[in-house]
Design a protein around this ligand. Structure first.
Ligand SMILES: C[S@@+](CC[C@H](N)C(=O)[O-])C[C@H]1O[C@@H](n2cnc3c(N)ncnc32)[C@H](O)[C@@H]1O
Length: 214
């Protein structure tokens, strides 16, 4: 995608950071919160599915699920640095032909994308101010399941995110992190026809899995 769809996000995630996350993934496997998404999706028992990973970063979710759950994936990301590492890793695994990589803000291009069986957003809503548009578009694009992680609504997370944003302001970096109200995210997804089938918590992150009802 051309233009400046992703100026803020491109500025926030450097190539060095993306390279180091890929290195850590290759050494240690998926991060703890990502494992929660992978376990929840695998527990659904889907096979030959298609996956839409929004803000997939270095692509951990599709690298993993293309092994046993998904046959094709679309990875939409507003960070070109992350996409570069995700593409390189997909090619290394022989998945290059099975993943459609798109550099964009998902809310800008959602209308042009087809639906997928599974939609994932791992640590994405907390990077985006308008969680309503993002989650509505994500839920609309899921045929069967939607899994996401987001920061827990605890005193220490409120404090921690305020500190991060304080330093962002000092650095004059426009990127901010957000602690969106979990009850509002939950009711928005349920209004779109989903039921919440599992919730798991770590110290920082919460993971929720939704299935399309009926
Ligand atoms: C904190 S990183 C998480 C990356 C990966 N999911 C993970 O957990 O390792 C947030 C990612 O979401 C992407 N992102 C945030 N808002 C987005 C949007 N509206 N559309 C597409 N990507 C978005 C960023 O570019 C970035 O890659």
């Amino acid at each position: 995608m051309s233009g400046n769809c992703c100026e803020i996000t491109d500025g926030a995630f450097s190539e060095a950071e993306a390279r180091s996350e890929r290195k850590s993934y290759l050494k240690n496997g998926p991060a703890k919160q990502t494992k929660l998404i992978l376990e929840a999706i695998r527990a659904l028992g889907f096979k030959n599915s298609d996956l839409l990973d929004i803000g997939g970063g270095i692509g951990t979710i599709h690298h993993e699920l293309l092994e046993d759950v998904a046959e094709a994936a679309t990875h939409v990301d507003a960070s070109s640095a992350y996409l570069k590492e995700a593409k390189a890793e997909a090619a290394r695994r022989g998945h290059g032909e099975r993943v459609n990589f798109i550099h964009a803000d998902f809310t800008d291009i959602a209308a042009d994308l087809p639906r997928a069986d599974i939609v994932t957003l791992d640590r994405v809503v907390c990077c985006y101010p308008d969680f309503r548009s993002l989650l509505k578009a994500a839920a609309d694009h899921s045929r069967k399941a939607l899994a996401l992680t987001y920061p827990r609504e605890t005193w220490y997370m409120r404090f921690g995110l305020r500190v991060i944003n304080f330093f962002q302001r000092l650095r004059r970096d426009p990127f901010r992190v957000f602690l969106h109200p979990i009850a509002d995210m939950d009711s928005l997804i349920k209004k779109d026809g989903f039921e919440r089938v599992s919730v798991r918590r770590l110290f920082v992150w919460e993971m929720a899995l939704y299935r399309r009802a009926g």
